[in-house]
Design a protein around this ligand. Sequence first.
Ligand code: AMP
Ligand code: ZN
Length: 455
Amino acid sequence: MKLPSVRLYNTFTRRKEELRPLQPGVVRIYSCGPTVYRYAHVGNLRTFMLPDLLRRSLDYLGYRTEQVMNITDVGHLTDDTFDRGEDKMLVAARLEKKSPEEIAAAYTAAFLDDVRLLNIRPADHYPRATAYIAEMIALVGRLLEMGHAYVVGGNVYYDITSFPAYGRLSRNTVEKLVAGYRGEPDPRKRHPGDFTLWKAAGEHRTQVWDSPWGPGFPGWHIECSAMSMSILGDRFDIHTGGADNVFPHHEAEIAQSEAIAGHRVVSLWMHGGLLMLSGTRMAKSAGNFFRVTELEEQGFDPLAFRYLALQAKYRSPLNFSTEGLAGADRAVRQLRERVAAWSGGDGSVDAAFDERFRAALADDLDLPAAMAMVAELARSDLAPGVKAATLQAWDTVLGLDLKRGAMERDLPPGAADLITQREKARAAKDFATADALRERLKKMGVRVADAPLKD
Ligand code: AMP
Ligand code: ZN
């Protein structure tokens, strides 16, 4: 079967390119994941929704996907642009009087709950950085042997002048990096833009590993080179992250991975636009953020945030406001009610509408255009059954739980909610929870039959 052509914007070349998976039909994706020292905010979650929308779209178009999302549980410094400050995990551990492992476990669990609330399909692999220290040490050793790095007092730095393509992704030059440098330069670095591969432990007694350069911990950037290449190999199709990851994180990852591999590792770099709050970037450190659970406590459907995000182009910044969210909340509830009203009769997917929907997905995930089609279809004079069938098919991409309204109408009170929870548990391969929910549904007189899970 010939798969449709998909065009995606590549940050590396600054243009839309045709997706050509290395293995025909299978798209392998690495996504930068959360640093688990605090709760994720909806800005972080917008970034994690990008690969979800990518995978759901590719799936709809007939491709298969495999996704790795790392969990950063060590090494992310409080000031990464200039590679200074303390490790965020250690700061959190000190403030909360817990071990870094306890902090990581608690916030990883919270992250996975948030992912479920937003109907983000879980990644196939969630590697933790602390499980890949040996691989990171091996990469740092190779970079030293190859002359891309140097050791000063137990720290290992990457020498950015040794990699001529440094700056290519972010369109930075070494001169611009020097000019942009603020504060005291680190006298141990040959160049202020050099970044840390391995950091000497100093006074830290926790999260320290032995290495050929003495006890310490890895830099943030080397984590993603180690995890991506260990799991996906030294060539894979797509790398995703937020726009703020372009520099320095992904620039550094390219310098590390490509110096070692000797060739391009990532075919396509995709970056999601930032979520803003009153004109500034929503940020954990600045404290101007919302968690998805907070929105839920305020009475919003968590998927209203998903609806809001779908209305903007994924690459554009998106301003978050309570009014905007309230509008999305009304819209998603109304759409569910309409699908409920239209369903029940016969009807199949409208081919002409569906063709346009697919074309929008294939055009760099044009979800705002897809959402406009949802409205157009709803207004059209197609038969109600056709509208319901088409919207339910599209919802495998949109992820708005559009059939919930019909389930709520046709089932005993509370059952639709349990079914939704059970579907999410199954998608996350949490079969114990899924079985427990099946039992509860059975007691309500509702029997569930499962289709086999895809992938
Ligand atoms: P962190 O947990 O701090 O490592 O951040 C996780 C991801 O969230 C990173 O890939 C960032 O690019 C992304 N991110 C951080 N702030 C925002 C924001 N305001 N809007 C969208 N994405 C963001
Ligand atoms: Zn990363």
